[in-house]
Design a protein around this ligand. Sequence first.
Ligand code: ZN
Ligand code: ZN
Length: 302
Amino acid sequence: MRFPRFCACCMRDAETEIPLLYTRTKGVKVIRSKSITWPLPYCHTCISHINAWHRSSRNFKLALFSGLAFSCIFLFAGLLNTALTLSILSLLLALVARYKTRQNALALCTKECPTVHVAASYDGWSGSVHSFDFAHRNYAARFMQMNVNKLVNLNSEARAILESCLQDSTFANPKTEGLFLGSERNNKSDEDAGELFFQCVSKIERAKGPASRRAALDAGLQKLTDTELRRRLKVEATRIEVSTGLERMEKLKSRSSRARLLSSLRGYLSDETLPHDFRDEQIRWITETVMELEERERAGAA
Ligand SMILES: [Zn+2]
Ligand SMILES: [Zn+2]
């Protein structure tokens, strides 16, 4: 995935980056968590309006808590009226201070800024499909252009943005011309291939049991003509097989059925055509799960 080198908020030159993070936890007995971070290009001005907005909430809480703490002191001293007046006053003061600092944060936004908050979110992943949400329409369009052969599952709004910017000749920018995938013909077929790829992945995900997942994979491989997409489909199918296998393993009680499942999972990963780092990662994941399960059993037996 590539991000256009503009600020995702105001679309001026990006001077730095901010992390877009998503953490997922999985598992019933053995909790596995995985985080993915993407570097989102940003400018210093836009970072300052985000920080100013966060500061206003922080200061509001701080003013309120210190006011209430003082009120408690008066309350314990038996000065009920003073405590009440002080807590009302501190609430009013905190509200006024928050309003002022929020106005300052808004004043830092340029007229291009679509929001005072972070202008994009990463909503996680399913297999190799990652979901993003951009507040700036033009940034979303440029991001889609740069990654056009990787787009899948576009909603109607995203599709409309992509189509309208392809028709808009003024949209091309000298800075991105090298990256600009302006050929509608290629774009259409790439988009179709991406859509087909996504359908194949969800068919494998929906299939019940290894045999029907294998059949769904074979059917998908027959439909896809692009070598890269075929390779990605194999990776996704293996990932799905391993993660469903590990979920099942956590529920298995007998050692022998667990060992059988383990050897079949290792069998999937023995495929030499799969990327090496992917295989290493999956093998590590399996080993960690097995070790944790055994440890848990030993602790249970002791
Ligand atoms: Zn900016
Ligand atoms: Zn901004």
